[in-house]
Write a protein that binds this ligand. Structure first.
Ligand code: NIG
Ligand code: FE
Length: 415
């Protein structure tokens, strides 16, 4: 593995520490080293500091030097919520929504998730793998070095496990790290219409044990929503998953104020995601129980719904992470520049809060905050060299990708 020194960056901007950042003070607390250099060995960060002190301590001739003059370095981005393994597309639904038909109406008329389920069931492992590989390349170019990916487009034994196995193999073969989540409770499949409890039993009795035995996913998630899985159904699914060692996530309060955030807090979930309609009580409970709030502004944008109230949540003490929700229905986008622009202009998050949300807090939503999410000694060497001299250009460049080089596990993967 290469020994690298990233030399003389105009600034190294990073949150610090190995914990989620809760509330305004911590989310805005960014370390900025001007004229900084970073020493990378064995895929890890060996040292970081002002260039003057790094040049004194290390023999530069022993390292590959990457000149970062006039460029800022930030940690690799973590996309903490996606559904990136799917077959087929739903382009017509996009235009139906633009013309006023709601996401739930489409879902209840055989469109929506169910239509992607049909297409994903018909995909071979190889085809899904190749599509996934290509999508990961696109993420990497945006600076995403770790991504969460959910199943949930199979809703039967074969296809749910196929999706998870595809992610496992991609994790082995592609530089981007993947945290896999089982989301069998994404919708009720045709075969079980009117028999929700039987479908829940099937997941708990058949799928959970198989997934655990074969180490196919670390997290379990439920689409907890009016007309999908109720609070009580979600609680049962998640508590049974917890017994087997899954960490928990909840699709919470996306379409209506349903109590998903409160549920997430009461069962010790690691994150509650979406939260467009979260209640005051939900916010308080997430703070009290240290649940990371994963916000997905590109989904609100494509559904043309009011954005989650990030300002209120952060000011109330929440730890916000930002994700894409990349999927073929509610948000067919993995664009980090779009997310950053929406978070900045529409949600009024500060540049420092956005950087924290895309790095250490994303890592915390995936229980990886001790190994990634900041540029500090001992963490994985996952970082981005930007085309401009400050992290603030990430927000100032509206909708433009300004990532010039991606360093993943200490190797230059995009340049
Ligand atoms: O997070 N809300 C549920 N699941 C996805 C959408 C999935 C789909 O429409 O295919 C979401 O938005
Ligand atoms: Fe989602």
């Amino acid at each position: 593995m290469d020994k690298i020194i990233i030399f003389n960056a105009s600034e190294i901007a990073t949150p610090t520490g190995s914990k989620a950042k809760y509330g305004k003070e911590d989310m805005n607390d960014i370390s900025i080293i001007k004229n900084g250099s970073i020493v990378i060995e064995n895929g890890l960060i060996r040292d970081v500091g002002p260039t003057s002190s790094i040049t004194k301590k290390y023999n530069l001739s022993k390292y590959n030097i990457i000149d970062a003059k006039d460029k800022a370095i930030v940690p690799g981005f973590v996309d903490a919520h996606t559904h990136f393994i799917f077959g087929g597309y739903r382009e017509e639904e996009f235009f139906q929504r633009i013309n006023g038909i709601s996401y739930m109406e489409i879902m209840n008329n055989d469109g929506g998730i169910e239509s992607t389920v049909k297409k994903t069931r018909n995909m071979t492992f190889k085809d899904l793998y190749e599509l996934g590989f290509d999508r990961l390349n696109s993420m990497l170019a945006f600076g995403i070095t770790t991504v969460e990916g959910k199943s949930g487009y199979g809703l039967d034994f074969h296809t749910e496990t196929k999706q998870l196995k595809v992610m496992k193999k991609l994790d082995e073969n592609h530089p981007v790290d993947i945290a896999a989540t089982f989301l069998g409770a994404h919708a009720i499949p045709q075969e079980y219409k009117g028999k929700t409890n039987e479908y829940i039993d099937f997941m708990i009795e058949k799928l959970y044990p198989y997934i655990v035995r074969n180490k196919l996913s670390e997290f379990c998630d439920v689409f907890c929503e009016d007309g999908v899985f109720s609070i009580e159904e979600s609680r049962r699914l998640l508590l049974e998953a917890k017994k087997l060692g899954f960490k928990l996530k909840v699709h919470a309060d996306e379409i209506s104020a349903f109590g998903g955030a409160e549920l997430a807090a009461s069962i010790g979930a690691i994150s509650a995601d979406h939260l467009l309609n979260v209640s005051e009580e939900g916010i308080r409970e997430m703070v009290k129980n240290e649940v990371v709030s994963v916000l997905l502004p590109a989904t609100a944008f494509t559904l043309d719904k009011p954005f989650a109230n990030a300002r209120k949540m952060i000011d109330s003490g929440c730890a916000i992470a930002l994700g894409s929700d990349y999927n073929p229905g509610s948000c067919f986008s993995n664009s980090i520049p779009l997310i950053i622009s929406l978070a900045c202009i529409k949600m009024r998050m500060t540049p420092e809060e956005i950087l924290t949300a895309l790095t250490i807090n994303g890592a915390a939503a995936l229980d990886r905050e001790t190994s990634i999410g900041s540029i500090e000694i001992g963490k994985k060497a996952d970082m981005l060299i930007l085309k401009y001299p400050s992290y603030k250009y990430l927000m100032y460049n509206t909708g433009i990708n300004i990532v010039e080089k991606v360093i993943k596990n200490g190797e230059v993967t995009v340049s």
